[in-house]
Design a protein around this ligand. Structure first.
Ligand code: CO
Length: 296
């Protein structure tokens, strides 16, 4: 092996970029043991943003807002993707797995038929900032065996485009660079973009894929639409559109997320996301009777 060099970037050619369909302001809420967060992608948007079910943003320097963490709780039927910008969170699950999510790292967890886990801050002071995205599983995968991967910051492919954008490729691919994770059915694209003043960023997207942008520092423009800080911009799915172009007049940081819709019924009860009410009752019963996270 030769020492790694910057990969040759393949330009993303977009001639008919998507416009913004809607700007969404997140809802302040708390979850777990009193963790304050902003729910950016809420339940009413699940069909529109299929296969994505939820996006939470958390960011605070006040330990009272995060110290309780998320004690033992179940999940069934989808995947959680936790991305840490600052702070450290330890996770433990009912199968005896344990890991530490650190600054810049990602935990990708496939709950499948069931996981009971805790996510607890491993710090008593300082700032805690990051995101948790819920990605749905197709009907055929909802009851698969649970799985997870801790992706340390250094394992996330990172590159800088000639237009001045540093890209952290968490999932999917951009400019010919494969992200840290690939998923066959939903084909998620998950990019963290650090845009310099005056930079633009171009990404091809299949027209059928649902896509959104979340601005967590600064502000950007998409076409003639300004997207301020802490807003999600849902991108239109025009049949002719071949991607998206983001522009930053001043430094900005943005998540760009897209995926192939499952187009299946969504039945959700808290941490269980299945296709039918019957499957939800089954999940609740399995959880009550201690069968949720046991092998078959
Ligand atoms: Co959880």
């Amino acid at each position: 092996m030769t020492p790694s060099t910057t990969p040759a970037l393949r330009p993303e050619l977009v001639t008919r970029p998507r416009a913004v369909e809607q700007l969404v302001t997140g809802q302040a809420t708390s979850d777990g043991d009193g963790v304050k967060l902003t729910r950016v992608l809420t339940q009413p948007l699940q069909r529109r943003l299929d296969p994505f079910l939820m996006l939470d943003a958390f960011g605070t320097d006040n330990p009272d807002d995060y110290i309780g963490g998320f004690p033992d709780h179940p999940h069934r039927g989808f995947e959680t993707v936790s991305y840490m910008l600052a702070g450290r969170m330890r996770h433990r699950d009912s199968a005896g797995n344990e890991g530490l999510l650190q600054q810049g790292g990602v935990q990708w967890m496939t709950a499948g038929r069931g996981v009971i886990h805790s996510e607890l801050p491993e710090q008593e002071e300082g700032s805690m900032e990051g995101f948790q995205l819920w990605l749905n599983l197709g009907a055929k995968d909802k009851m698969r065996a649970p799985w997870y991967r801790d992706i340390q910051s250094a394992e996330i492919p990172e590159f800088t485009t000639p237009e001045g954008v540093t890209v952290r490729a968490i999932a999917g691919a951009s400019h010919g660079v494969a992200g840290a994770m690939q998923r066959e059915t939903t084909q998620p694209l998950y990019l963290d973009l650090h845009m310099a003043a005056g930079a633009s960023f171009t990404q091809t997207l299949p027209p059928a894929f649902n896509a959104f942008v979340y601005v967590y520092r600064g502000e950007i423009r998409i076409g003639d639409k300004q997207v301020p800080q802490q807003r999600m911009a849902i991108l239109k799915n025009g049949e002719d559109n071949d991607g998206v172009v983001l522009r930053a007049d001043s430094p900005a940081r943005v998540l760009l997320i897209a995926g192939r819709p499952l187009r299946e019924p969504i039945a959700q009860y808290g941490p269980f996301v299945m296709n039918t009410q019957e499957e939800i009752f089954q999940a609740i019963n399995d959880f009550r009777e201690g069968r949720l996270a046991t092998a078959e």
